[in-house]
Structure formats: C-alpha cells, structure tokens
Design a protein around this ligand. Sequence first.
Ligand SMILES: [Cu+2]
Length: 483
Amino acid sequence: MDKSRRKFLAASGVAVAGAALGGRINLAQAQTGHSGHNMGGMRGSHDGQMSGGMQQKTSRPKASPASGYAHPRGNDWYARTVDPDDTFPPGQPGKDYTPVVVPNGATLPFKIVDGVKVFHMVAEEFVHQFAPGFKAICWGYNGRFPGPVIEAVEGDVIRIYVTNKLSVPTSVHWHGLILPANMDGVANLSQPVIKPGETFRYEFKCIQHGTFMYHSHKDTMTQEGMGLVGMFIIHPRKPKRPRPDRDFVMLLHEMDIKPGTYRPDTTVAVGFNTLTMNGMVFPGIEPMVAKLNDKVRMRIGNLSAMDHHPIHLHGYAFRITETDGGEIPEAAQWPEVSVLVSVGQTRNIEFVADNPGDWAMHCHMTHHIMNQMGHGLPNMVGVDARVVNTSVGDLIPGYMTMGTKGMGEMGKHAAMMDIPENSIPMVGADGPYGYLGVGGMFTVFKVRADLESYDDPGWYNPPEGTLARTATAAELRKDGIKV
Ligand SMILES: [Cu+2]
C-alpha cells in the first residue's frame, strides 16, 4: 500500500469513529453538505483533517447540473476518479473507454442529446434460446435475457427511458449505483409502478465507476426470475491503471424449466435446472478468447434467485480487484482460483493471460454444471443394470437403466433416447478428446499466442510433450508402478 493510501484509510477510520460519536452534529452538517465534503476531502490529507484545516480548502458541493441533487461524499470508498460535481462530455467508446466484451450478449446503444446519454429499454416477453434445442418464454429487455449491458463513463449524465410492454406493472432498480433516492427504482417505495404500456424516465449522473447491475424491483421473485436482469458498467473517467485488453462481462442466473415445458417456474426455490451465464447454458455459451499476455478483467454478477456461485477458472491464479461497493486497495486484493459471487453481488477478477490453452471456467457446484438435471432420483450408482434391465424389460419393452456409472455420459444416451421435446437433459458437447459431459454454468477461456481476431479459434493444439496420455508399459516398469 502506498503512503497516501495508508493515510487515507487511517483518516477514514477517524472520520467514521467521529461520525458515530457525534451523529447529531454530523447529520446537521450533512444536510448543508459540509460534513460529507470534509470526509471526501481527506484523501491523503491526514494532517489537515486533524487540525481542521480542510474546511478552508474545500467548498460546498455544487448540485448536479442534471438533477439538482447534491452528490453524497461521506463514504469515500466507492470508486471515483474525478469530483462528482465536475462536468464532462459524454464518454466515447474507444476514446474514453475500451468497450466491454459480452459473450452471447450486447451493449445497449445510446444517443447523445444536449450532452446527455439517452438509452431506451423495453421490458417485454419473448422466446429465448438457452442452447440449441432448448427455448423458453422469458421476460427481459429489448428482446434479450439478460438485458443489454448498459455501459457509461464516470461523470456521464444518463437518461434511461423504460417502456413496459409486459402485461404486468414493473420498475427498474439500478443496483449498486449511488443516485437520488427516487431514481432507485423500487416500485411503490421510490416511485409508482410503470404500468403496462407506460414509459418511465430515469435520469442521474454516474458519480462512481465499477461493475453494477439492474433488475426489476416489482414482484422480484417472478420478474427477476423470468429474466428482467442486466449488467451496468461504469468506466473510470481517469483510469489509474492501464485499461484491460479484454474486459468480459458475465451475469449469472438460474431458472427452473421442466423438460417438455416452455415457461420458467418462478415458484421454485431449490433445485434449479437451468443455470446460465449471460442467459445461456453450455454448450450454448460462447468461449471467452484472449491473446497470450492480454490483460484480462472479468466482471461477474449474480442475479440468481437463490444460489451463490463459486466460479472457478482453471490454469490461473487471479486477484479479486473490485466489488460493486468499489475498488479493493491493491494490498488487500485477494488471490484466488475461484471467486464466490453471491446473489446480488458483482466481483471483478483480473490477471494476465500468460498461460495458453483451453481452460475450463465454471461454477464449482457440481449440480450447476448440469442441464435440467432431475432431482429425487433413485441412487443408481453401482447398481448392476443388467439384472434390472432384464427384469423390468420384461414389463416395459425398451427399458434402460440410467445412471449406474454416474451421469457423465447421460447426454450421449439422451441423443438416442426418447426425451421430452424442448429439453437438453444433461447434454454436453463434443470436445477435442471426446464427449464433454457438462452443461449449465460452464464455459471455456481460450488463450492463444497467435490470433488474428478474437473469434473462436477452435480447440487448442498442445505443444509436443504437454498432453496427458496413456502410460506405456515401459514407463510403468521404469517408475515401479504396479497396476
Ligand atoms: Cu453455481
């Protein structure tokens, strides 16, 4: 940790303790904007704060030009690189930020009207495909589940129109954003509902940067469950570190869609069978592709109904660099190989793509890398299927016992079996060395030394001597391994 950072944290501690002791006074000061500004102004100015000298150096916060709202400054740990009251031209892709990469997804287009970034979202019902052979009637925004990623830059003033084409009232909550209370989108707490057919207008300034989300805040069990969710990215106006070469965005979600049906059952609370990354299940999920030594950031959000997901990346150790609450100081960044993304949280991980290959990246909950896995099945592992097949087969012609050798090959059987329409029970995909018996929250991170584009480069071709293979008799003999 550098010296100024340490000073800043020490100063924050003093300030928080002070606020707790003198709550009434601070509250009164906060109403005039003074107390909060002092706390915000303490970064690297420990001495000034202790002597009370900061008050002379600072001025009252100005209202936002867009909203007439005094930006909160008390909690200095939310991530910002510029003064929230300063005005900036709307951030431009390529110039002010490197756009994010959204596997299987898209970012929401905007136009600029009088210096304001204007977006339009439409909440609606549509048929969503999770993978070839598996669709359902979902809700989402602009025909997408999850909705398109909103991408902005710190200091942008944004206006988002939300049209409700659903048959029920809705609202949109901007999850993690620091904004005026009545732009927060909680139906009937911060605003009236958006009735079917209505278009609401939200407007606020992006005073922080980071990885955030948005979702319905009306009948959330149903509406988030049906797919009214999305990611909201705000890039720093003045990045302190080089921009990443690959900045991936991934939203985790889960539904329960019974095989043979076409609608998510949002009353289900456990045993979800459709575990998605950006709305897709493996093998429908696009790989993430990077060039060797690219700086990679992955922003992972979770708006599942009930499950936290430990997302594990093979072949790498990474650092957890940000949460939706802000940047983690470098000295406190947590090295990991799995990042737990709890419901309602985002996590950024960063690393250098220095290890070429095709690397699995998946939720480590084993039931979350299966598709439409049934539950409450009899335990057939280890059962002698020949006996069961013979005796039951007399009664039910064509009967075949499943699961006696585990579930790994089930997808292959499914191709030959009479399975319900619109279902991909445990279907995986053909990998370079055989059948890849996984589904759900599973993807592949592909790193290559030679890439002409970031399109899928196909399967990895390992260098000589780096492929695990069958041991030869001579090798076993030489190393004294008896089998
Ligand atoms: Cu999981």
